[in-house]
Design a binder for this molecule. Structure first.
Ligand SMILES: Nc1ncnc2c1ncn2[C@@H]1O[C@H](COP(=O)(O)OP(=O)(O)OP(=O)(O)O)[C@@H](O)[C@H]1O
Length: 966
């Protein structure tokens, strides 16, 4: 372990934080008494026993981690660390007493250490395993101990800690460039220490923050420039990562140091990337090395630079609301889980990566789809490939272990088993090579690494033991010297095994027995009554109650021979095993390349199998608008009898969707997005036909109730997300808006919804699905060519409402909100009262509509609509967001209604600063002046986007109020 120098954690950094993987912050490490040398031991340092002095030294050298100190079969912790271990691991707190004092002590059994270490990791600790690195019998006094592994959430390598096959990333983040954050370049590097995968990207703050969220590392290192006065920049919303935050040695982030390290991991002609990328990569590799014992990590041989624009952008909100990897519903199902019919861990990780980053390269998507199509038509081949791939072990992690010198003989046999599968896969694929260039290429790249396989199969026994130092690992015939030693050992044992019969015959003692004990070795046992018949060459070894034990000079000689042969065989076997492991490690790159092919093949086979089993169709890509026929939601259809619904954006880019609650609007919108994600990942899609265009980004603003996190009001959060969408969406984006504007007053909400639709129509052009309970919004269809309406239907009879989950053209007439309330169990009296109110409102609306039509004021003209929110609001009818009922009334009526309080009284109170002697126009001018003054006095440089939004909202409200007062 390299505990000092340039790879040491910055011990002096008092702001080093240990945050739990759950993102919870824990005390600064320097303040956590469980870390570092125990104070009570430091006080008596000179008098400490050698073992306690060793413990103190190791704690001091690894003060970023909780040190677990091997004492025989246990890992021990002392003092405050013991108290923490006892509490977190729920083990007994005991005491250790010596001449210097009594120290709290807690121990965990080494055999079962993983369970306890995991608990410590979950509590936000890094764990340093201080192992005995010298056999106890060789030590003349104190046994040597050293930290052999630093276990941190982002650098896990042991299957016992890693959750399934998912990637586990350590990330480093840096900022390059002085000046405003907005103009700086951010660099992000991630490494999965278990597999050697390394990803690097850079870009502006938003892009990099998004990638950070998308790849969701378990641990995050930040460059020193990101630590700002009063806390870390990571506290800033853009970089909220659910990762443990580690401040690492700043020198590792220095450009020169980082460049040197990155160069050691890349080919001489490799393009290293910009300074931000180099610094982030250098730092992430330095820390990865540090945790793994300080050595270069040979198996990290594929540093992949990527550009966020190469894949469909999906921010954390989109990932969450589309339930790609995490479910928010009770069913607990996700897209990943629904599509995961992969056969091996390699494939599972690749599937996750393809879904997390669907390609925007049409040729790449088409090439994957060609391969899937070829496989859908070849059931037997598919079956053969799937069965073969089921035998494939996690080759990437195996290679990682081999390369770190941590693989045991079983790992090598697993590797050989995996390689043995490859010829069969090649053969199966040879039938399909002509149908898909991609499959042909994969077949070509399927290197069975026959030399590696032969080496392992010749060297290692088929079912080797877990331990590699105790013999029984190397195969007969692999090494002449080993065979000779083993022959000696075998001969010796055979001689001993026949000794009993020989000696019985020679002495005439029928009860004579030959045996062996660990302590005394071989013996000849004679019971007391037969002692006088013992021959002269017997020497007494041990006296028991009823017998004596003896040895002969020949037995002693044979015993020494056997023991020395056995010891020599064990150590020679270990030596040979290590040689084999090193030879395999030297082929790491080839094996990783094979892993890459197997991973991809597995996903393609899985996609094809699912496509056939679930009746998916191959999507086509083109420049024209998205058209999906009889589309389904891939996850919901697994558990529900699903009603297919299509979408056709060729009639317009913006679909306004109305319909009762629970009718299927959200499901419908999500299924369109999921179809695009799946297609760009390379999968067939759940539909009868799908013509798609490559989507650069999916935006979701879905659900108003679930965003209270982050301390912002729901509405603020909703508006912030809307801001992001309106700024960043392009005409290649897909935007899902679910009830935007619901979080505020009806008038404002409708105004915002309308203005948003207009803006997307005029400025953005993105394919947009907008589910809304503001039925007034559907009027926009008449004003804008690009806007069309859809609605969900339901049957209503005396029994109540039956949702048909079927989409149809045009706006809906009613949304049956009251019936949903009834279904949900709202008391009858309330339901009945609500029905009466709805009826009354509908009645009023009907008569109003007649008036309005007669007055010729039924539709706003386009110029009026583009006047913006205030104009739209004035025209819009407040819509009950709870029942969702639509009842288009006369503009005049709506207008006056919107000024009535809940008690029905007109809101005629003057604005606080209005002068009652002034006329309405004066009031309006006064309000406008006030707004202008406020804008002028605003310090733009010091205003955050959120403050600006809030202010804008407030100013709009004031203008609205003034407008209405006139
Ligand atoms: N096409 C469909 N076929 C069958 N069941 C469906 C379909 N679409 C939705 N459902 C089911 O209907 C229920 C309601 O769907 P969803 O949440 O999409 O409705 P909604 O209109 O968005 O409701 P709300 O307005 O209350 O948010 C869900 O349980 C879903 O599983």
């Amino acid at each position: 372990m390299n505990g000092s120098g340039d790879t040491d954690l910055d011990a002096g950094a008092s702001d080093v934080e240990g945050g739990g993987p759950d993102g919870s912050s824990v005390e600064a490490e320097s303040a956590d008494p469980a870390l570092g040398a125990p104070r009570e031991m430091l006080d008596v340092r000179e008098e400490l026993t050698p073992m306690m002095a060793q413990y103190t030294d190791l704690c001091e050298a690894h003060d970023d981690a909780l040190v677990l100190f091997q004492v025989g079969d246990f890992y021990e912790a002392f003092c405050q660390a013991a108290e923490t271990v006892a509490r977190v691991c729920e083990v007994t707190l005991t005491k250790r007493e010596d001449s210097t004092g009594r120290y709290p002590m807690a121990g965990i059994p080494i055999d079962n250490a993983a369970t306890y270490v995991e608990r410590l990791l979950d509590s936000g600790y890094r764990v340093a395993l201080a192992d005995q690195v010298q056999p106890a019998e060789e030590a003349s006094g104190l046994v040597d101990r050293a930290v052999t592994q630093l276990i941190t959430p982002g650098t896990l390598v042991d299957d016992a800690y890693l959750e399934g096959s998912a990637a586990n990333y350590l990330a480093a983040l840096v900022r390059e460039g002085e000046g405003a954050r907005a103009t700086a370049t951010y660099g992000l590097a991630l490494v999965d220490v278990s597999t050697g995968e390394c990803l690097v990207t850079s870009g502006d703050r938003t892009t990099v923050a998004e990638e950070l969220e998308r790849l969701s590392p378990a641990e995050l290192l930040t460059g020193p420039e990101l630590a700002v006065e009063g806390g870390s920049e990571n506290a800033d919303e853009a970089f909220v990562a659910e990762a443990m935050h580690t401040d690492y040695d700043p020198s590792a982030f220095e450009l020169g140091v980082a460049r040197e390290r990155v160069e050691a991991y890349t080919r001489p002609d490799a393009v290293l990337g910009n300074d931000a990328e180099v610094r982030a990569t250098g730092a992430v590799l330095a820390y990865a090395e540090y945790t793994q014992g300080g050595d270069h990590l040979d198996y990290v041989s594929r540093i992949t630079r990527f550009d966020a624009r190469e894949s469909m952008r999906l921010d954390a909100t989109a990932l969450r609301s589309l339930e790609l990897f995490e479910s928010r519903s009770r069913s607990g199902h996700t897209l990943m889980e629904t599509l995961d019919s992969t056969a091996c861990a390699l494939g599972r990780r690749r599937l996750e990566s393809w879904l997390r980053r669907p390609t925007v390269d049409r040729a790449e998507a088409e090439s994957r789809l060609d391969a899937v199509e070829a496989l859908t038509g070849a059931g037997v081949v598919r079956e053969t490939l799937h069965e073969g791939l089921r035998e494939v072990y996690d080759l990437e992690r195996l290679v990682g272990r081999v390369s770190r010198g941590r693989a045991n003989a079983r790992d090598l046999r697993s590797l050989a088993t995996t390689l043995a599968v490859v010829p069969g896969l090649r053969e199966a694929l040879s039938d399909l090579e002509h149908d898909s260039p991609r499959l042909a290429d994969l077949t070509e790249r399927l290197d069975d690494c026959g030399d590696v396989r032969s080496l392992v199969e010749e060297a290692i026994v088929p079912d080797p033991p877990q331990e590699v130092t105790e013999g029984g690992v190397v195969r007969e015939g692999f090494d002449e010297e080993l065979d000779a030693i083993r022959a000696t050992e075998r001969e010796g044992r055979e001689w001993v095994s026949q000794l009993e019969a020989r000696e019985r015959e020679r002495t005439g003692i029928d009860s004579l027995e030959v045996g062996y004990t660990q302590v005394h070795g071989y013996y000849i046992e004679v019971t007391n009554p037969n002692l006088e018949r013992v021959p002269e060459d017997y020497t007494r070894r041990q006296t028991l109650k009823n017998s004596e034990r003896f040895y002969t000079p020949e037995l002693k000689r044979r015993e020494d021979e056997i023991i020395s042969a056995s010891e020599r065989a064990d150590s020679l076997e270990y030596e040979l095993f290590c040689e084999v492991r090193t030879s395999v490690a030297a082929e790491g790159e080839r094996l990783q390349a094979l892993a890459d092919v197997l991973a991809e093949l597995d996903v393609l086979v899985a996609f094809a199998t699912i496509a056939v089993d679930r009746d998916y169709v191959r999507p086509t890509f083109g420049a024209s608008a998205i058209r999906i026929e009889a589309g389904r939601h891939p996850v919901v259809e697994r558990t529900t009898e699903f009603v297919p619904n299509g979408i056709d954006f060729s009639t317009g880019a913006i679909a306004l969707i109305t319909g009762p609650n629970m009718s299927g609007k959200s499901t419908y919108m999500r299924q369109v997005a999921l179809t695009c994600v799946m297609a760009q990942a390379g999968s067939f899609v759940p539909a009868s036909a799908a013509h798609l265009r490559v989507v650069d980004r999916v935006f979701t603003r879905v659900g108003a109730s679930d965003d209270i996190a982050g301390g912002q009001s729901t509405f603020m959060r909703e508006m912030a997300e809307l801001t992001d969408i309106l700024h960043a969406a392009t005409d290649d984006s897909l935007v899902l808006l679910d009830e935007v504007g619901r979080g505020t007053a009806t008038t404002d909400g409708l105004a915002i919804a309308r203005a948003t639709t207009e803006f997307i129509h005029d400025e953005v052009g993105a394919s947009t699905l907008f589910a809304t309970h503001y039925h007034e919004l559907t009027d926009l269809e008449a004003d804008y060519d690009g806007v069309f309406t859809l609605h969900f239907t339901a049957d209503r009879d005396e029994e109540g409402v039956t949702f048909l989950h079927r989409v149809a053209e045009g706006p809906s007439s009613s949304s049956y909100g009251v019936e949903v309330a009834r279904l949900a169990g709202v008391p009858d009296r309330v339901v009945q009262r609500a029905r009466d109110l709805v009826e009354a409102a509908e009645h009023e609306a009907d008569s109003g509509a007649v008036d309005r039509d007669e007055a010729g004021a039924n539709r706003s003209s386009r110029p009026a609509a583009t006047n913006g929110a205030a104009a739209s609001t004035a025209e819009g009818t407040p819509h009950d967001p709870v029942t969702g009922d639509a009842h288009t009334g006369p503009a005049e009526k709506t207008f006056s209604e919107s000024h009535e309080g809940r008690d029905g009284r007109a809101k005629s109170a003057p604005l606080p600063d209005s002068d009652s002697s002034r006329g309405p126009r004066d009031d309006q001018n006064h309000a406008v002046r006030g707004v202008l003054d406020d804008i002028r006095s605003l310090d733009v440089a010091r205003t955050t986007p959120m403050d600006a939004l809030a202010l804008l909202h407030e100013l709009q409200r004031r203008l609205d109020d003034a407008n209405q007062e006139t």
